[in-house]
Design a protein around this ligand. Sequence first.
Ligand code: G3I
Length: 372
Amino acid sequence: MRTTRLATAALTALALFTPLTATADEASVEDAGHARKDTLRKAAPKGFFIGTAVAGGGHHENMPYPDPFTSDQPYRAVLAAEFNSVSAENQMKWEYIHPERDKYNFGMADAIVKFAQRNRQVVRGHTLLWHNQNPAWLSEGSFTKDELRSILRDHIKTVVGRYKGKIQQWDVANEIFNDSGELRTTENIWIRELGPGIVADAFRWAREADPKAKLFFNDYNVEGVNAKSNAYYALVKQFQAQGVPVDGFSAQAHLSTRYGFPGDLRANLQRFADLGLETAITELDVRMDLPADGVPTPAQLAQQADYYNRTLVACLNVEGCDSFTIWGFTDKYSWVPVFFEGEGAATVMWDDFGKKPAYHVLKETLAKAGRR
Ligand code: G3I
C-alpha cells in the first residue's frame, strides 16, 4: 500500500468536510451527504477516486421510469455523497452527443460535468472510438476515407475540446480487440474503413484537444493476463515506441459469480504500471444467477462482496491505479438484468439504496488504505 495515501488521510477528511457551493434548490439534497461521516468517498485515501456510472440513456430509455440522473433526487443525493468520480454511462457516446452529422447534443453531458464540479467530483469521459452505440448517420452512412477521418477528428476535437480541463480520464479507444486478441476490423467502423492506424490518431487528436486529460484504452475481459490483455500490452508498447500519447489502461471488470475471480488482476495491472501507465477499474459490477424468488442468498452476497473487495485490493496495490469505478451503484438502474436474463443484483445497493455487504466491504477496505 502506498505511503502517500497514508500521510494525507486527514487532509481528505478536512477537504471533504469543507462546505460546498451548491444551488439553493439542491443544497439540502446533495450536500447533506458530504456532512455524513461514512461514505465511500470519505473513506477513500486522498488522491484515490471511487466512482460510478451516471445512469441515463442506453437501456434506461426502454424502461418504465424517467431519466434517473435528472429525475431521481434520492439517486442524485447518493451520487453526490458517496462518489468523487463520475462516468457518463451513455451520455457522452456518439449516439447521444453527436446524433446528426452536423448536430451535437451536449445537454446531458454538460449537466453531468456541472454536477461533478458542484460536488467536487472528477469526470471520466466515455468514449470516443468504439464499435457500438454509433448513430445511424455514421454507421449507415457512405463516406470517403478522408470524410470519415475528418468526421472522427472533428468529433474528438469538438467533444474533448468542449470539456478541456474538466475530464480526468478519457476512454479514447473502447473495446478494440476481441477475446482472441484480434482487432475488431469488422465491427469497428473506424478500424474497418481507415485501418489500425486510426487508433493512434484518435489518441493524438485527444491529446491536442485536452493536454491534461489522461488517455486510456478501456475493455472488458482484460482483467487477467490473456490473449486480449496481451494484445493491449503489445499495442501500448508499440504506441510508446512511436511516441503516441497513451497514458492508461483500464479493465471494465464486469464480473459474474458464475465464474472464478480473475486472480491475476493485480499482476496484470502491474505490468501496465511497469510500462509507466496509469491503470483503472472502470465499470465494475458483479452479477449473479438469481434464485427463483429473485432474492440473492447470503452466500451469494458474500461471494459478490469478495469479488468487489478483491478488485479494489488489486487496484489499491498497484502504483498508479487511482481510479475505481462501479458501473452503477443501485440495482434499480443496472444494465445487467437487461443484458443477462436470469442474472442481476450486480451492484452494491438494492433498488431502495439499501447497502449490500459489497458496499460495506469496499468502505472498510478504503478506510484501511487511508489509515495505513
Ligand atoms: O439503439 C437501440 C434502439 O434502436 C432499440 O429500439 C432499442 C430496443 O431495446 O435498443 C437500443 O439499444 C440500446 C443501447 O444501449 C443503445 O442506446 C440497448 O437497448 C441498451 O440495452 C443499451 O444499453 C447500454 C449498453 O452499454 C450498450 O452496449 C447500457 O445502458 C450501458 O450501461 C452499457 O455500457 C457499456 C459500456 O458503455 C462499455 N462497456 C460495456 C458496458 C455494458 O454493456
